[in-house]
Design a protein around this ligand. Structure first.
Ligand SMILES: Cc1cc2nc3c(=O)[nH]c(=O)nc-3n(C[C@H](O)[C@H](O)[C@H](O)COP(=O)(O)O)c2cc1C
Length: 529
C-alpha cells in the first residue's frame, strides 16, 4: 500500500462504530500507566518564576487582535509564556489520589505533548535547546551552543513533540488521532500565551519532520535508550523578529553539546503497529513556506460577556464533566464565540496557522435564545459552501442565520439533542449543553500529501482550544469530545466516501461541578511566592 492508502486505511479502522469501538487495550493496565511527565536526567535545570499574575492584559483585547507592547525577551517573560500555555494550572484530588490539570487540555488527561524552547542567550538564560518540565515549571537544558551560536534574534522557537504511547496505553489504535488533537490545542495555547506578552506566533511550516527532530534532539537515539520515543510535530517562531534559516539552525544543533537522557514512562509496553504505520505514512518533507494569503475575514469583533485577564482565562480553562441541561445563551453570545474561528493572520491563534481553513463545523444548536434548535453549518471559508452543499442532502435548507459576516446556515430545523448524544458515544454532555458540534475536515489534500492528515487534527485542536477559551469568556464551560461514532455522523450529514470526515466533536453549556473533588494550586507554596 502507498502512504496515502496506509493513512486512509488507518483512518477507516480507527473509527468507532455503534456496535464496535476502534481496537483498544480492553482494560487499563494501571501497573504500566505512563508517567505523565517526561524529564531528562543529567540535564541542568533552570527554575522558572511564576509571574503570570502580574500580566495586566485582557483576553478580550487579544481575541480582537489588540496585543500589548512586546515584552522584552528574557527568562521571566519566557517563564510566563510556558506558565500560560503548557504549565500545570491546578491539581485535583479525590480520596487520596491527585492529578494535575494543565492550561492545554488532553484526551483522557494523558498529555502526550512535550514542549521545548530553542533560544540564543537571553537575559537570565543561556542559549541552547531546553525541554519544559511542567511538573516543576523548570527548563531542562538539553543542549548548549558550541562556539558560534545560531543566529536567533528577535524571538525564540517553541518546539512540540508527541509521545504516542501515553495515549495508546488507554485508547489503543485511536490514540494517534488524539495525540494530534492535543498538538493542535498546544499550538493554540502557545499562540494565545505569546499574544498576551505582545508576541506574534508563526509556524515554521517549511520544516520537515527531520528538521524538527534534529532541532529538538529527538533523533539522538542514545538519549532515549530505554525510554519511549518522542515524535516531532512542529516548530513555532514566537517573537517580534524574523525566524532563523532552518539549515543554519540544524547545523548549529548538530554541533551543540547535548546532555541528559529521557526517563522511561512505563516498565512494559503494548505495541500498536497501526500507530507506527500511521506515523510512518505521514512524514512531513521540507516544503515551500506558505505565504499566509488573503483568507482573512474582515469584521469588527464583538465582545464576550465577561471581561477577564487573559492570564486568568488561560489558567481557569477546564473541561466540563456534566452540564445542567437548562442553561441557555443568547444567540449573540454564540455568534461572538464563533467569530474567532474565522482566520485572521495577525490574531491568535490563527497567526500560528499558515494554511487555508480545511475544517468547518456542523453545529447542533440546543439551547440558544433567538436561534431555532437544529443542525447548522458554520463555514470557516465561504468557498467551501458549494462542495459541502453538493455533498449533503438536496432538501436541506441552507438558510442564512446570524449576522452577515458569519457564514452560518440553518440546514435542518429539528431538536437534535438525542442524535448529538448518540453520535458522541452516548455521552450526555452532547445533549445537555447549549450546543454541540462536529468538525468536518476536507480530505482533498490528504491523498497527494499524506502529512496533511496530521495537520487536519491540529487545525481541529486549534478550533477546540479557541472554543474552550471563548466558553470561559462567555461564562459557560466546554469539553472536547474525541469519542464519537464517525460514520453515524457522516450518515446523518449524508456524506459518502472520504471527501469530508468528522474529526473532532465539541460541546459547551452550563457546567455542573463535581463537588467531591478538591482543587489545589498548581505549584504549591511557590504559587504564593
Ligand atoms: C482531543 C480531546 C478529546 C477529548 N474527548 C473527551 C470525551 O470524549 N469525553 C469527555 O468527557 N472529555 C473529553 N475530553 C476532555 C478531557 O478529558 C480533558 O481535557 C482532560 O481530562 C483534562 O481536563 P481539563 O480539560 O479540565 O484540563 C477530551 C479532550 C481532548 C483534548
Amino acid at each position: 500500500m502507498d502512504a496515502a492508502h496506509v493513512i486512509l486505511d488507518y483512518h477507516e479502522r480507527s473509527k468507532h462504530h455503534l456496535r464496535r469501538y476502534a481496537p483498544g487495550p480492553g482494560y487499563l493496565d494501571w501497573a504500566n500507566q505512563p508517567d505523565p511527565f517526561r524529564s531528562y536526567q543529567g540535564a541542568p535545570r533552570v527554575e522558572l518564576e511564576l509571574a503570570a499574575d502580574r500580566l495586566p492584559g485582557s483576553y478580550n483585547d487579544l481575541r480582537a487582535g489588540s496585543l500589548p507592547v512586546a515584552a522584552p525577551l528574557a527568562r521571566d517573560s519566557i517563564a510566563i509564556l510556558f506558565e500560560l500555555s503548557l504549565a500545570i494550572s491546578a491539581w485535583k484530588s479525590f480520596r487520596g489520589t491527585s492529578w494535575a490539570l494543565r492550561c492545554d487540555p488532553s484526551s483522557g488527561n494523558l498529555h502526550p505533548t512535550e514542549g521545548y524552547l530553542v533560544a540564543s542567550d537571553l537575559p537570565g538564560l543561556d542559549g541552547g535547546v531546553y525541554h519544559y518540565l511542567s511538573r516543576d515549571h523548570v527548563l531542562e537544558q538539553r543542549a548548549r551552543w558550541n562556539g558560534s551560536a545560531p543566529v536567533i534574534t528577535g524571538g525564540v522557537l517553541i518546539g512540540i513533540a508527541s509521545i504516542y504511547w501515553r495515549e495508546a496505553w488507554k485508547y489503543g489504535m485511536r490514540a494517534f488521532r488524539y495525540c494530534h488533537h492535543d498538538c493542535g490545542h498546544a499550538i493554540a495555547a502557545v499562540s494565545y500565551a505569546a499574544a498576551s506578552l505582545g508576541w506574534q506566533t508563526r509556524m515554521l511550516d517549511a520544516a520537515a519532520d527531520e528538521d524538527v527532530a534534529a532541532v529538538l534532539g529527538l533523533e539522538r537515539t542514545a538519549d532515549f535508550f530505554h525510554a519511549e520515543r518522542e515524535e516531532p510535530d512542529c516548530l513555532l517562531w514566537v517573537g517580534p523578529g524574523e525566524p532563523p534559516a532552518l539549515d543554519n539552525l540544524v547545523t548549529a544543533v548538530r554541533a551543540a553539546q547535548w546532555s541528559g537522557s529521557a526517563n522511561r514512562l512505563s516498565d512494559e509496553h503494548v505495541e500498536w503497529p497501526d500507530i507506527d504505520h500511521a506515523h510512518e505514512a505521514t512524514p512531513k518533507p521540507r516544503t515551500d513556506a506558505v505565504r499566509q494569503d488573503a483568507s482573512s475575514a474582515e469584521f469588527e469583533p464583538s465582545t464576550p460577556h465577561l471581561d477577564l485577564f487573559a492570564a486568568t482565562i488561560f489558567r481557569q480553562r477546564r473541561s466540563a464533566v456534566d452540564f445542567d441541561g437548562v442553561t441557555s445563551i443568547p444567540a449573540d453570545a454564540l455568534y461572538t464565540m464563533l467569530e474567532p474561528l474565522l482566520p485572521r493572520p495577525c490574531v491568535p491563534p490563527w497567526n500560528a496557522w499558515p494554511w487555508l481553513p480545511r475544517v468547518h463545523l456542523a453545529l447542533f444548536v440546543h439551547r440558544v435564545e433567538g436561534l431555532e434548535p437544529g443542525l447548522y453549518a458554520f463555514l470557516r471559508m465561504s468557498a467551501a459552501r458549494a462542495a459541502l452543499q453538493c455533498a449533503m442532502p438536496r432538501d436541506w435548507l441552507w438558510r442564512k442565520a446570524g449576522p452577515e459576516h458569519l457564514p452560518l446556515y440553518l440546514l435542518w430545523p429539528h431538536d437534535s439533542r438525542d442524535v448529538a448524544k448518540l453520535i458522541c458515544c452516548h455521552q450526555e454532555i452532547a445533549a445537555d449543553s447549549c450546543y454541540a458540534l462536529g468538525m468536518l475536515a476536507s480530505f482533498a489534500d490528504v491523498e497527494g500529501s499524506p502529512w496533511r492528515y496530521r495537520r487536519l487534527y491540529w487545525e481541529c485542536g486549534i478550533i477546540g482550544q479557541t472554543l474552550y477559551l471563548e466558553a470561559e469568556a462567555a461564562g459557560i464551560r466546554a469539553t472536547g469530545i474525541g469519542c464519537f461514532f464517525d460514520d453515524e455522523m457522516h450518515r446523518l450529514l449524508g456524506l459518502e466516501g472520504h471527501e469530508w470526515q468528522s474529526l473532532y466533536h465539541f460541546t459547551a453549556g452550563g457546567a455542573v461541578d463535581d463537588q467531591r473533588l478538591t482543587t489545589l494550586p498548581p505549584y504549591g507554596p511557590r504559587s504564593s511566592g
